[in-house]
Design a protein around this ligand. Structure first.
Ligand SMILES: *Cc1c(COP(=O)(O)O)cnc(C)c1O
Length: 518
Protein backbone atom coordinates (compact mmCIF):
# COMPACT_ATOMS: atom_id res chain seq x y z
CA UNK A 1 0.00 0.00 0.00
CA UNK A 2 1.44 3.40 -0.90
CA UNK A 3 1.87 5.86 1.95
CA UNK A 4 2.47 9.58 1.98
CA UNK A 5 5.34 11.13 3.91
CA UNK A 6 3.11 11.29 7.02
CA UNK A 7 2.57 7.53 6.89
CA UNK A 8 -1.02 7.78 5.72
CA UNK A 9 -2.28 5.50 2.98
CA UNK A 10 -2.75 7.27 -0.33
CA UNK A 11 -4.12 4.45 -2.47
CA UNK A 12 -6.38 1.73 -1.14
CA UNK A 13 -5.94 -0.86 -3.90
CA UNK A 14 -2.88 -1.87 -5.87
CA UNK A 15 0.22 -3.09 -4.14
CA UNK A 16 3.04 -2.77 -6.65
CA UNK A 17 5.31 -5.19 -4.74
CA UNK A 18 2.94 -8.09 -4.21
CA UNK A 19 0.64 -7.33 -7.12
CA UNK A 20 -2.26 -7.87 -4.74
CA UNK A 21 -5.43 -6.02 -5.69
CA UNK A 22 -8.51 -5.28 -3.65
CA UNK A 23 -11.28 -7.25 -5.35
CA UNK A 24 -13.64 -5.24 -7.54
CA UNK A 25 -17.32 -6.18 -7.38
CA UNK A 26 -19.95 -5.46 -9.97
CA UNK A 27 -22.13 -2.80 -8.39
CA UNK A 28 -25.91 -2.95 -8.51
CA UNK A 29 -26.14 0.56 -9.94
CA UNK A 30 -23.59 0.10 -12.70
CA UNK A 31 -21.55 2.91 -11.09
CA UNK A 32 -18.10 2.32 -9.66
CA UNK A 33 -17.55 4.79 -6.88
CA UNK A 34 -16.86 8.15 -8.44
CA UNK A 35 -16.93 6.62 -11.90
CA UNK A 36 -20.60 6.97 -12.64
CA UNK A 37 -22.12 5.21 -15.64
CA UNK A 38 -23.55 7.74 -18.04
CA UNK A 39 -26.01 7.03 -20.83
CA UNK A 40 -26.61 9.42 -23.72
CA UNK A 41 -28.79 12.38 -22.90
CA UNK A 42 -31.38 10.93 -25.31
CA UNK A 43 -31.50 7.76 -23.24
CA UNK A 44 -31.94 9.71 -20.03
CA UNK A 45 -34.98 11.76 -21.00
CA UNK A 46 -37.97 11.27 -23.21
CA UNK A 47 -39.48 13.53 -25.80
CA UNK A 48 -42.76 13.32 -23.92
CA UNK A 49 -41.51 15.11 -20.82
CA UNK A 50 -40.20 18.60 -20.21
CA UNK A 51 -38.19 20.20 -17.47
CA UNK A 52 -40.13 23.47 -17.58
CA UNK A 53 -43.71 24.34 -16.82
CA UNK A 54 -45.06 26.65 -19.52
CA UNK A 55 -48.63 27.55 -20.17
CA UNK A 56 -50.42 26.10 -23.15
CA UNK A 57 -49.88 28.46 -26.09
CA UNK A 58 -53.03 29.93 -27.55
CA UNK A 59 -53.73 29.64 -31.24
CA UNK A 60 -51.42 31.85 -33.24
CA UNK A 61 -50.56 32.63 -36.81
CA UNK A 62 -47.25 31.11 -38.03
CA UNK A 63 -45.08 33.68 -39.74
CA UNK A 64 -42.22 31.55 -41.09
CA UNK A 65 -43.61 31.27 -44.62
CA UNK A 66 -44.17 27.53 -44.75
CA UNK A 67 -40.77 26.73 -43.25
CA UNK A 68 -42.18 25.41 -39.97
CA UNK A 69 -40.89 21.98 -39.04
CA UNK A 70 -43.12 19.06 -39.85
CA UNK A 71 -41.55 16.52 -37.50
CA UNK A 72 -40.92 16.29 -33.80
CA UNK A 73 -37.79 18.11 -32.64
CA UNK A 74 -36.66 14.91 -30.90
CA UNK A 75 -34.95 16.53 -27.91
CA UNK A 76 -35.29 14.70 -24.63
CA UNK A 77 -37.04 16.68 -21.91
CA UNK A 78 -35.05 16.68 -18.69
CA UNK A 79 -35.32 18.54 -15.42
CA UNK A 80 -32.53 20.98 -14.63
CA UNK A 81 -30.77 18.83 -12.00
CA UNK A 82 -30.60 15.93 -14.44
CA UNK A 83 -29.12 18.13 -17.16
CA UNK A 84 -26.56 19.58 -14.76
CA UNK A 85 -25.57 16.13 -13.51
CA UNK A 86 -25.33 14.68 -17.00
CA UNK A 87 -22.89 17.28 -18.23
CA UNK A 88 -20.98 17.45 -14.97
CA UNK A 89 -20.44 13.68 -15.04
CA UNK A 90 -19.29 13.83 -18.65
CA UNK A 91 -16.95 16.72 -17.86
CA UNK A 92 -15.32 14.61 -15.14
CA UNK A 93 -14.38 12.01 -17.72
CA UNK A 94 -12.59 14.59 -19.74
CA UNK A 95 -8.99 15.60 -19.32
CA UNK A 96 -8.26 19.30 -19.31
CA UNK A 97 -5.51 21.73 -18.48
CA UNK A 98 -7.19 22.30 -15.09
CA UNK A 99 -6.73 18.56 -14.30
CA UNK A 100 -3.05 18.09 -14.93
CA UNK A 101 -0.07 18.31 -17.24
CA UNK A 102 -1.24 18.42 -20.86
CA UNK A 103 1.91 17.77 -22.88
CA UNK A 104 0.51 18.02 -26.44
CA UNK A 105 3.31 19.30 -28.66
CA UNK A 106 2.94 22.42 -30.79
CA UNK A 107 -0.35 23.11 -29.04
CA UNK A 108 0.98 25.18 -26.11
CA UNK A 109 -1.59 23.94 -23.63
CA UNK A 110 -0.82 26.45 -20.89
CA UNK A 111 -2.81 27.52 -17.86
CA UNK A 112 -5.64 29.99 -18.55
CA UNK A 113 -5.23 32.64 -15.82
CA UNK A 114 -8.47 33.37 -13.96
CA UNK A 115 -7.74 37.09 -14.16
CA UNK A 116 -8.40 36.83 -17.90
CA UNK A 117 -11.83 35.39 -17.17
CA UNK A 118 -12.65 38.16 -14.75
CA UNK A 119 -11.73 40.83 -17.28
CA UNK A 120 -13.69 39.14 -20.07
CA UNK A 121 -16.81 39.18 -17.92
CA UNK A 122 -16.74 42.93 -17.30
CA UNK A 123 -20.07 44.16 -18.69
CA UNK A 124 -18.42 46.63 -21.07
CA UNK A 125 -16.63 43.72 -22.76
CA UNK A 126 -18.87 40.75 -22.08
CA UNK A 127 -22.38 42.17 -22.54
CA UNK A 128 -22.00 43.99 -25.82
CA UNK A 129 -23.25 43.18 -29.29
CA UNK A 130 -21.41 43.68 -32.58
CA UNK A 131 -24.34 45.67 -33.98
CA UNK A 132 -24.40 48.19 -31.14
CA UNK A 133 -23.82 51.85 -32.11
CA UNK A 134 -20.08 52.51 -32.12
CA UNK A 135 -20.48 55.39 -29.67
CA UNK A 136 -21.52 52.81 -27.01
CA UNK A 137 -18.54 50.44 -27.51
CA UNK A 138 -15.62 52.86 -27.62
CA UNK A 139 -13.90 51.02 -24.75
CA UNK A 140 -14.05 47.72 -26.60
CA UNK A 141 -12.61 49.32 -29.74
CA UNK A 142 -9.87 50.90 -27.66
CA UNK A 143 -9.04 47.46 -26.26
CA UNK A 144 -8.77 46.07 -29.80
CA UNK A 145 -6.45 48.93 -30.69
CA UNK A 146 -4.33 48.33 -27.59
CA UNK A 147 -4.13 44.60 -28.34
CA UNK A 148 -3.08 45.38 -31.90
CA UNK A 149 -0.34 47.60 -30.51
CA UNK A 150 1.00 44.81 -28.27
CA UNK A 151 0.89 42.30 -31.12
CA UNK A 152 2.62 44.52 -33.65
CA UNK A 153 5.23 45.51 -31.06
CA UNK A 154 5.97 41.91 -30.02
CA UNK A 155 6.21 40.74 -33.62
CA UNK A 156 7.91 43.83 -35.08
CA UNK A 157 5.34 43.93 -37.88
CA UNK A 158 3.53 47.07 -39.08
CA UNK A 159 -0.06 45.76 -39.22
CA UNK A 160 -2.36 43.15 -37.75
CA UNK A 161 -5.76 41.73 -38.70
CA UNK A 162 -7.53 40.59 -35.56
CA UNK A 163 -10.57 38.92 -37.05
CA UNK A 164 -9.39 35.39 -38.07
CA UNK A 165 -10.81 32.85 -35.68
CA UNK A 166 -8.09 30.21 -35.40
CA UNK A 167 -4.58 29.42 -36.57
CA UNK A 168 -5.83 27.66 -39.68
CA UNK A 169 -8.17 30.56 -40.40
CA UNK A 170 -5.22 32.93 -39.96
CA UNK A 171 -3.25 30.93 -42.51
CA UNK A 172 -6.15 31.27 -44.91
CA UNK A 173 -6.16 35.01 -44.27
CA UNK A 174 -2.41 35.30 -44.85
CA UNK A 175 -2.34 33.25 -48.03
CA UNK A 176 -5.39 35.10 -49.39
CA UNK A 177 -3.55 38.37 -48.78
CA UNK A 178 -0.53 36.96 -50.63
CA UNK A 179 -2.77 35.96 -53.53
CA UNK A 180 -4.37 39.43 -53.56
CA UNK A 181 -0.93 41.10 -53.58
CA UNK A 182 0.29 38.91 -56.44
CA UNK A 183 -2.86 39.48 -58.47
CA UNK A 184 -2.61 43.23 -57.88
CA UNK A 185 0.78 43.21 -59.58
CA UNK A 186 -0.51 40.95 -62.37
CA UNK A 187 1.73 38.08 -61.34
CA UNK A 188 -0.44 35.01 -60.77
CA UNK A 189 1.80 32.25 -59.43
CA UNK A 190 0.86 28.67 -58.77
CA UNK A 191 3.12 27.02 -56.21
CA UNK A 192 3.49 27.15 -52.43
CA UNK A 193 6.48 25.46 -50.80
CA UNK A 194 6.10 23.77 -47.40
CA UNK A 195 8.77 21.88 -45.45
CA UNK A 196 8.15 18.20 -44.65
CA UNK A 197 7.75 18.99 -40.97
CA UNK A 198 4.85 21.41 -41.63
CA UNK A 199 1.61 21.18 -39.70
CA UNK A 200 -1.11 19.72 -41.92
CA UNK A 201 -2.96 23.02 -42.02
CA UNK A 202 -0.15 24.65 -44.05
CA UNK A 203 -0.43 22.54 -47.22
CA UNK A 204 -4.21 22.34 -46.70
CA UNK A 205 -4.44 26.15 -46.67
CA UNK A 206 -2.31 26.50 -49.77
CA UNK A 207 -4.38 23.91 -51.63
CA UNK A 208 -7.61 25.56 -50.47
CA UNK A 209 -6.38 28.84 -51.94
CA UNK A 210 -5.80 27.10 -55.27
CA UNK A 211 -2.04 26.57 -55.08
CA UNK A 212 -0.05 23.45 -55.85
CA UNK A 213 1.98 22.37 -52.84
CA UNK A 214 5.60 21.28 -53.13
CA UNK A 215 7.29 19.66 -50.14
CA UNK A 216 10.81 20.64 -49.10
CA UNK A 217 12.88 17.99 -47.28
CA UNK A 218 14.34 18.35 -43.81
CA UNK A 219 18.02 18.02 -43.04
CA UNK A 220 19.58 15.53 -40.63
CA UNK A 221 19.46 18.17 -37.91
CA UNK A 222 15.69 18.64 -38.15
CA UNK A 223 15.79 22.02 -39.94
CA UNK A 224 14.48 22.73 -43.42
CA UNK A 225 17.02 22.08 -46.16
CA UNK A 226 17.76 25.67 -47.21
CA UNK A 227 19.66 24.60 -50.33
CA UNK A 228 16.77 22.42 -51.54
CA UNK A 229 14.38 25.28 -50.79
CA UNK A 230 16.45 27.78 -52.77
CA UNK A 231 16.68 25.35 -55.67
CA UNK A 232 12.87 25.10 -55.74
CA UNK A 233 12.38 28.88 -55.77
CA UNK A 234 11.48 30.46 -59.12
CA UNK A 235 8.91 32.82 -60.59
CA UNK A 236 6.10 30.27 -60.21
CA UNK A 237 6.41 30.21 -56.41
CA UNK A 238 3.86 32.43 -54.67
CA UNK A 239 4.87 31.74 -51.10
CA UNK A 240 6.89 29.62 -48.72
CA UNK A 241 5.19 28.56 -45.49
CA UNK A 242 7.62 27.83 -42.63
CA UNK A 243 6.97 27.30 -38.93
CA UNK A 244 9.54 28.85 -36.65
CA UNK A 245 10.40 27.43 -34.17
CA UNK A 246 9.48 24.39 -36.24
CA UNK A 247 7.39 21.41 -35.22
CA UNK A 248 10.51 19.47 -34.24
CA UNK A 249 10.92 22.08 -31.51
CA UNK A 250 13.95 23.61 -33.24
CA UNK A 251 14.76 27.15 -34.30
CA UNK A 252 15.26 27.48 -38.04
CA UNK A 253 18.74 28.98 -37.84
CA UNK A 254 19.01 29.85 -41.54
CA UNK A 255 15.70 31.68 -41.55
CA UNK A 256 17.08 35.12 -42.45
CA UNK A 257 18.95 33.72 -45.40
CA UNK A 258 15.85 31.80 -46.50
CA UNK A 259 13.69 34.94 -46.23
CA UNK A 260 16.12 36.88 -48.44
CA UNK A 261 16.03 34.11 -51.05
CA UNK A 262 12.21 34.05 -50.97
CA UNK A 263 12.05 37.80 -51.56
CA UNK A 264 14.69 37.71 -54.27
CA UNK A 265 12.44 35.25 -56.14
CA UNK A 266 9.51 37.68 -55.82
CA UNK A 267 7.64 35.35 -53.45
CA UNK A 268 6.22 35.94 -49.97
CA UNK A 269 7.26 34.41 -46.65
CA UNK A 270 4.35 33.07 -44.62
CA UNK A 271 5.47 32.11 -41.13
CA UNK A 272 3.30 29.76 -39.11
CA UNK A 273 3.49 31.47 -35.73
CA UNK A 274 1.79 28.74 -33.69
CA UNK A 275 5.04 28.26 -31.79
CA UNK A 276 5.54 31.93 -30.95
CA UNK A 277 5.42 30.98 -27.25
CA UNK A 278 9.05 29.91 -27.47
CA UNK A 279 10.36 33.24 -28.78
CA UNK A 280 7.97 35.99 -27.71
CA UNK A 281 9.88 38.90 -26.26
CA UNK A 282 13.12 37.39 -27.60
CA UNK A 283 12.86 37.48 -31.39
CA UNK A 284 10.69 39.66 -33.63
CA UNK A 285 9.45 37.87 -36.76
CA UNK A 286 9.49 41.25 -38.54
CA UNK A 287 13.29 41.24 -38.18
CA UNK A 288 13.45 37.80 -39.81
CA UNK A 289 11.81 38.95 -43.04
CA UNK A 290 8.34 37.49 -42.42
CA UNK A 291 5.51 38.86 -44.62
CA UNK A 292 2.54 37.32 -42.83
CA UNK A 293 2.18 35.24 -39.68
CA UNK A 294 -0.70 34.14 -37.52
CA UNK A 295 -0.61 34.03 -33.76
CA UNK A 296 -2.77 31.56 -31.87
CA UNK A 297 -4.15 33.53 -28.96
CA UNK A 298 -5.38 30.18 -27.58
CA UNK A 299 -1.81 28.93 -27.51
CA UNK A 300 0.69 31.69 -26.88
CA UNK A 301 -1.59 34.13 -25.10
CA UNK A 302 -3.38 31.73 -22.75
CA UNK A 303 -6.97 32.00 -23.97
CA UNK A 304 -8.91 28.73 -23.56
CA UNK A 305 -7.99 26.05 -26.05
CA UNK A 306 -10.06 23.46 -27.85
CA UNK A 307 -13.38 22.70 -26.19
CA UNK A 308 -12.74 25.40 -23.59
CA UNK A 309 -13.35 28.34 -25.84
CA UNK A 310 -13.26 29.61 -29.39
CA UNK A 311 -9.85 30.03 -30.97
CA UNK A 312 -8.49 33.31 -32.24
CA UNK A 313 -5.77 33.69 -34.86
CA UNK A 314 -4.76 37.31 -35.55
CA UNK A 315 -2.43 37.75 -38.53
CA UNK A 316 0.43 40.23 -38.71
CA UNK A 317 1.50 41.68 -42.05
CA UNK A 318 4.63 43.27 -43.51
CA UNK A 319 4.59 46.56 -45.42
CA UNK A 320 4.34 44.60 -48.67
CA UNK A 321 1.09 42.94 -47.62
CA UNK A 322 -0.61 45.27 -45.18
CA UNK A 323 -2.82 46.97 -47.78
CA UNK A 324 -4.37 43.60 -48.58
CA UNK A 325 -5.38 42.77 -44.99
CA UNK A 326 -9.04 41.86 -44.44
CA UNK A 327 -11.81 44.11 -43.21
CA UNK A 328 -13.16 45.01 -40.75
CA UNK A 329 -10.49 46.87 -38.82
CA UNK A 330 -10.51 49.57 -36.18
CA UNK A 331 -9.16 53.07 -36.87
CA UNK A 332 -8.64 55.91 -34.42
CA UNK A 333 -10.03 59.26 -35.53
CA UNK A 334 -10.53 62.70 -34.03
CA UNK A 335 -14.01 61.68 -32.82
CA UNK A 336 -12.97 58.38 -31.31
CA UNK A 337 -12.65 54.90 -32.72
CA UNK A 338 -14.33 53.78 -35.90
CA UNK A 339 -14.56 50.49 -37.81
CA UNK A 340 -13.77 50.20 -41.50
CA UNK A 341 -16.19 47.61 -42.85
CA UNK A 342 -16.21 48.37 -46.56
CA UNK A 343 -14.82 50.69 -49.20
CA UNK A 344 -11.21 49.55 -48.85
CA UNK A 345 -10.43 48.57 -52.46
CA UNK A 346 -7.18 46.72 -51.92
CA UNK A 347 -8.41 44.69 -48.90
CA UNK A 348 -8.99 41.00 -49.55
CA UNK A 349 -12.45 41.49 -48.06
CA UNK A 350 -14.16 39.97 -45.09
CA UNK A 351 -13.39 36.65 -43.37
CA UNK A 352 -15.83 36.75 -40.48
CA UNK A 353 -19.39 37.88 -39.92
CA UNK A 354 -18.45 40.51 -37.34
CA UNK A 355 -15.17 41.60 -35.79
CA UNK A 356 -13.68 38.34 -34.47
CA UNK A 357 -13.51 36.86 -30.97
CA UNK A 358 -13.94 39.83 -28.64
CA UNK A 359 -13.82 37.68 -25.51
CA UNK A 360 -10.46 36.29 -26.58
CA UNK A 361 -9.06 39.76 -27.27
CA UNK A 362 -9.84 40.72 -23.69
CA UNK A 363 -8.23 37.58 -22.29
CA UNK A 364 -5.11 37.89 -24.44
CA UNK A 365 -4.58 41.54 -23.57
CA UNK A 366 -5.09 40.72 -19.87
CA UNK A 367 -2.37 38.11 -20.19
CA UNK A 368 -0.02 40.53 -21.93
CA UNK A 369 -0.60 43.42 -19.54
CA UNK A 370 -0.41 41.30 -16.39
CA UNK A 371 2.92 39.85 -17.53
CA UNK A 372 4.38 43.03 -18.96
CA UNK A 373 7.05 42.85 -21.61
CA UNK A 374 9.60 41.43 -19.16
CA UNK A 375 7.14 38.78 -17.98
CA UNK A 376 6.35 37.75 -21.53
CA UNK A 377 10.04 37.26 -22.23
CA UNK A 378 10.36 35.28 -19.00
CA UNK A 379 7.42 33.04 -19.98
CA UNK A 380 9.16 32.16 -23.26
CA UNK A 381 12.41 31.45 -21.41
CA UNK A 382 10.66 29.25 -18.85
CA UNK A 383 8.80 27.35 -21.58
CA UNK A 384 12.12 26.57 -23.26
CA UNK A 385 13.73 25.68 -19.92
CA UNK A 386 10.93 23.26 -19.05
CA UNK A 387 11.13 21.53 -22.42
CA UNK A 388 14.87 21.15 -22.07
CA UNK A 389 14.39 19.76 -18.56
CA UNK A 390 12.18 17.04 -20.07
CA UNK A 391 14.68 16.40 -22.85
CA UNK A 392 17.62 16.16 -20.45
CA UNK A 393 15.73 14.05 -17.91
CA UNK A 394 14.52 11.46 -20.38
CA UNK A 395 17.30 11.45 -22.95
CA UNK A 396 18.96 8.36 -21.43
CA UNK A 397 15.83 6.15 -21.48
CA UNK A 398 13.97 7.52 -24.51
CA UNK A 399 15.47 8.40 -27.88
CA UNK A 400 15.71 12.15 -28.53
CA UNK A 401 15.37 12.72 -32.26
CA UNK A 402 18.00 15.43 -32.61
CA UNK A 403 21.19 16.40 -30.86
CA UNK A 404 21.45 19.51 -28.77
CA UNK A 405 18.96 21.59 -26.84
CA UNK A 406 15.41 22.22 -28.04
CA UNK A 407 13.13 25.23 -27.96
CA UNK A 408 9.66 24.84 -26.38
CA UNK A 409 9.08 21.15 -27.07
CA UNK A 410 11.08 17.95 -26.77
CA UNK A 411 10.88 15.51 -29.66
CA UNK A 412 11.43 11.79 -29.12
CA UNK A 413 10.95 8.94 -31.58
CA UNK A 414 10.34 5.21 -31.18
CA UNK A 415 13.91 3.94 -31.58
CA UNK A 416 14.05 3.19 -27.83
CA UNK A 417 11.04 0.88 -28.28
CA UNK A 418 12.70 -1.13 -31.06
CA UNK A 419 12.10 -4.88 -30.65
CA UNK A 420 10.07 -4.40 -27.46
CA UNK A 421 6.71 -4.96 -29.18
CA UNK A 422 5.56 -1.64 -27.66
CA UNK A 423 4.55 1.07 -30.12
CA UNK A 424 4.22 4.82 -29.76
CA UNK A 425 0.47 4.28 -29.55
CA UNK A 426 0.82 1.73 -26.72
CA UNK A 427 3.12 4.10 -24.88
CA UNK A 428 0.62 6.96 -25.24
CA UNK A 429 -2.23 4.77 -24.00
CA UNK A 430 -0.18 3.75 -20.96
CA UNK A 431 0.25 7.45 -20.18
CA UNK A 432 -3.54 7.65 -19.80
CA UNK A 433 -3.31 5.06 -17.02
CA UNK A 434 -0.64 7.26 -15.44
CA UNK A 435 -3.19 10.09 -15.34
CA UNK A 436 -1.77 12.13 -18.20
CA UNK A 437 -3.13 13.21 -21.52
CA UNK A 438 -0.72 11.69 -24.05
CA UNK A 439 1.80 13.85 -25.84
CA UNK A 440 1.41 14.46 -29.58
CA UNK A 441 1.94 11.13 -31.35
CA UNK A 442 3.28 10.36 -34.84
CA UNK A 443 3.77 14.05 -35.61
CA UNK A 444 5.96 15.57 -36.98
CA UNK A 445 6.24 13.00 -39.76
CA UNK A 446 9.98 13.55 -40.28
CA UNK A 447 10.87 11.08 -37.52
CA UNK A 448 9.51 7.57 -36.99
CA UNK A 449 6.90 7.07 -34.27
CA UNK A 450 7.22 10.66 -33.02
CA UNK A 451 6.41 11.67 -29.45
CA UNK A 452 6.32 15.43 -29.11
CA UNK A 453 6.19 16.81 -25.56
CA UNK A 454 5.50 20.48 -24.82
CA UNK A 455 5.24 21.17 -21.10
CA UNK A 456 4.85 24.99 -21.38
CA UNK A 457 6.07 27.47 -18.77
CA UNK A 458 3.10 27.00 -16.48
CA UNK A 459 4.23 23.63 -15.07
CA UNK A 460 6.05 23.77 -11.75
CA UNK A 461 9.11 21.67 -10.97
CA UNK A 462 6.91 19.41 -8.84
CA UNK A 463 4.57 18.71 -11.77
CA UNK A 464 7.44 18.25 -14.17
CA UNK A 465 9.22 15.79 -11.87
CA UNK A 466 6.08 13.73 -11.41
CA UNK A 467 5.53 13.63 -15.16
CA UNK A 468 9.16 12.72 -15.83
CA UNK A 469 9.03 9.95 -13.19
CA UNK A 470 6.04 8.50 -14.97
CA UNK A 471 7.59 8.67 -18.43
CA UNK A 472 10.86 7.16 -17.11
CA UNK A 473 8.94 4.35 -15.46
CA UNK A 474 7.09 3.50 -18.64
CA UNK A 475 10.19 3.73 -20.82
CA UNK A 476 12.21 1.57 -18.43
CA UNK A 477 9.53 -1.15 -18.26
CA UNK A 478 9.09 -1.20 -22.02
CA UNK A 479 12.82 -1.57 -22.59
CA UNK A 480 13.01 -4.33 -19.98
CA UNK A 481 10.41 -6.29 -21.91
CA UNK A 482 7.71 -5.85 -19.25
CA UNK A 483 4.95 -5.12 -21.69
CA UNK A 484 1.84 -6.13 -19.73
CA UNK A 485 0.83 -2.58 -18.84
CA UNK A 486 1.09 -1.53 -22.49
CA UNK A 487 -0.84 -4.32 -24.18
CA UNK A 488 -4.34 -3.45 -23.08
CA UNK A 489 -3.70 0.14 -22.02
CA UNK A 490 -5.56 2.16 -20.99
CA UNK A 491 -6.82 -0.09 -18.20
CA UNK A 492 -8.13 2.75 -16.04
CA UNK A 493 -9.92 4.93 -18.60
CA UNK A 494 -13.71 4.93 -18.97
CA UNK A 495 -13.26 3.99 -22.62
CA UNK A 496 -10.49 1.74 -23.86
CA UNK A 497 -9.01 1.74 -27.34
CA UNK A 498 -11.45 3.30 -29.72
CA UNK A 499 -11.40 2.88 -33.46
CA UNK A 500 -9.96 6.32 -34.01
CA UNK A 501 -9.87 6.00 -37.79
CA UNK A 502 -13.54 5.18 -37.99
CA UNK A 503 -14.34 7.90 -35.46
CA UNK A 504 -12.54 10.43 -37.67
CA UNK A 505 -13.76 9.16 -41.05
CA UNK A 506 -17.28 8.03 -40.24
CA UNK A 507 -18.35 9.79 -37.08
CA UNK A 508 -21.87 9.02 -35.87
CA UNK A 509 -23.18 12.49 -35.20
CA UNK A 510 -26.89 11.81 -35.06
CA UNK A 511 -28.84 9.85 -32.49
CA UNK A 512 -31.26 7.37 -34.00
CA UNK A 513 -34.08 6.10 -31.85
CA UNK A 514 -33.80 2.32 -31.49
CA UNK A 515 -36.67 0.71 -33.38
CA UNK A 516 -38.24 -1.04 -30.41
CA UNK A 517 -38.57 2.28 -28.60
CA UNK A 518 -40.25 4.11 -31.48
C1 LIG B 1 -2.09 24.61 -33.79
C2 LIG B 1 -1.30 24.78 -35.01
C3 LIG B 1 -1.91 25.25 -36.20
C4 LIG B 1 -3.39 25.47 -36.36
O1 LIG B 1 -3.98 26.30 -35.42
P1 LIG B 1 -5.52 26.17 -35.03
O2 LIG B 1 -5.76 27.32 -34.14
O3 LIG B 1 -5.66 24.84 -34.35
O4 LIG B 1 -6.32 26.23 -36.30
C5 LIG B 1 -1.08 25.47 -37.29
N1 LIG B 1 0.23 25.22 -37.23
C6 LIG B 1 0.84 24.75 -36.12
C7 LIG B 1 2.33 24.51 -36.12
C8 LIG B 1 0.09 24.50 -34.97
O5 LIG B 1 0.69 24.03 -33.88
Amino acid sequence: MSMNSQGRPTAPTADNDTGEMTPVFESFSGHQGLRIAEPLVFELGTTQTTGVDVEEIEDFELSVGGLERDSEIGCPGLAEPDVVRHFTRLSRRNYGIDMGVFPLGSCTMKHNPRLNEKMARLPGFGDIHPLQPLSTVQGALELMTELSHWITTLTGMPAVALSPKAGAHGELCGVMAIRAALEARGDAREIVLCPESAHGTNPATAAFCGYKVKSIPAKENGRVDAEALKAALDDTVAAVMITNPNTCGLFEDEIKDIADAIHAAGAFFYCDGANFNAIMGKVRPGDLGVDAMHLNLHKTFSTPHGGGGPGSGPVVFSDALKDFAPMPYVVAGADGFDIVEDGDDTSLGRLTAYHGQMGMYVRALSYMMSHGSDGIRQAAEDAVLNANYVLASLGDVMSASFDGPCMHEALFDDRFLKDTGVTTLDFAKAMIDEGYHPMTMYFPLVVHGAMLVEPTETESKYNMDQFIRSMRGLATEARAGKTARFEGAPYHAPWKRLDETQAARQPVLRYTVPEAAE
